[in-house]
Write a protein that binds this ligand. Structure first.
Ligand code: PGA
Length: 270
């Protein structure tokens, strides 16, 4: 299968690669990710690479590709330190809908990352401890020197991670810390099928803030399918606004690479 994009666009310094389908886009993005990990590791005396990982249906073929690269001996996560974007709240890590479960199934259980080098926000912390739990997550990331490589998907409503649309002005919306958020109705509707109906989707989640996300040195954004086309176009071509969290990425354009299939790119002009 060809890994050459059918189109490549530039937007505010960001590179937007468009592939015919999500499989080829995922393969190309995974190769880009693996190359970036190798390059970053080679630049550090301790070979550490700080990764920000995402969940949802979008990155599943991307993770399958990383696992394949690992199995073929082309990629090691032995020096990776991983911080995940989000987790439902409340939720047990045993719940198959938890992102703990997801990450174990799709990535951590299949690669050589040491268990003590993976960090996920914990959907089982008591309510009174949430604030400190989230602040601790941000402090740990700062102590690592920030995120080297951040994987993102985008919601139909333009959310990045679980940073949902907000009326805050762009600068404030870009400086949000890790915190408990209320899930947007669109997000709960989209998660409904896997929870057996939207009423069973938790109302809240813990979300890595926009501040640590935007501070990542490189951001890899994946978006596939017609349902994402409007969020993609508003993020890349619309004004920078908290109402479309994906648009906040325009502020760090040169650090961002978008990997789309043709359907997700349908509303982008050349
Ligand atoms: P999805 O979610 O991959 O399940 O479409 C992406 C997101 O909401 O960020």
């Amino acid at each position: 299968m060809s890994k050459t994009p059918v189109r490549t666009l530039t937007r505010q310094g960001a590179t937007v690669h468009i592939y015919p389908d999500k499989m080829t886009a995922s393969q190309a993005a995974a190769q880009f990710w693996a190359d970036a990990m190798t390059r970053i590791g080679e630049q550090r005396a301790d070979a550490k690479v700080v990764l920000g990982m995402a969940t949802g249906s979008t990155p599943i073929p991307f993770y399958a590709e990383l696992v394949d690269l690992h199995r073929r001996g082309h990629l090691s996560f032995a020096k990776a330190v991983i911080y995940n974007l989000d987790e439902y709240y409340p939720i047990s890590p045993l719940d198959p809908n938890s992102y703990h479960y997801y990450m174990h199934q799709h990535l951590f259980g299949q690669i050589d990352v040491p268990a003590n080098q993976t960090h996920l926000l914990d959907g089982s912390v008591p309510h009174w401890a949430i604030g400190e739990h989230c602040r601790q997550f941000d402090r740990w990331i700062v102590r690592e020197g920030g995120i080297d490589l951040q994987l993102l998907g985008i919601g139909r409503n333009g959310h990045i991670g679980f940073n949902e649309p907000t009326d805050l002005p762009g600068p404030a919306a870009s400086q949000l810390p890790t915190r408990r958020i209320t899930l947007h109705p669109v997000t709960r509707a989209d998660a409904g099928p896997s929870f057996g109906g939207r009423d069973h989707v938790p109302r809240h989640a813990l979300a890595l803030g926009t501040e640590p996300i935007l501070a990542a040195r490189q951001i890899v954004m994946l978006a596939f399918g017609t349902t994402k086309a409007e969020a993609v176009a508003r993020s890349l071509d619309g004004p920078i606004t908290g109402r479309v969290p994906g648009s906040l990425l325009q502020q760090v354009g040169p650090n961002v690479t978008w990997w789309l299939n043709s359907d997700a790119a349908a509303l982008l002009r050349d």
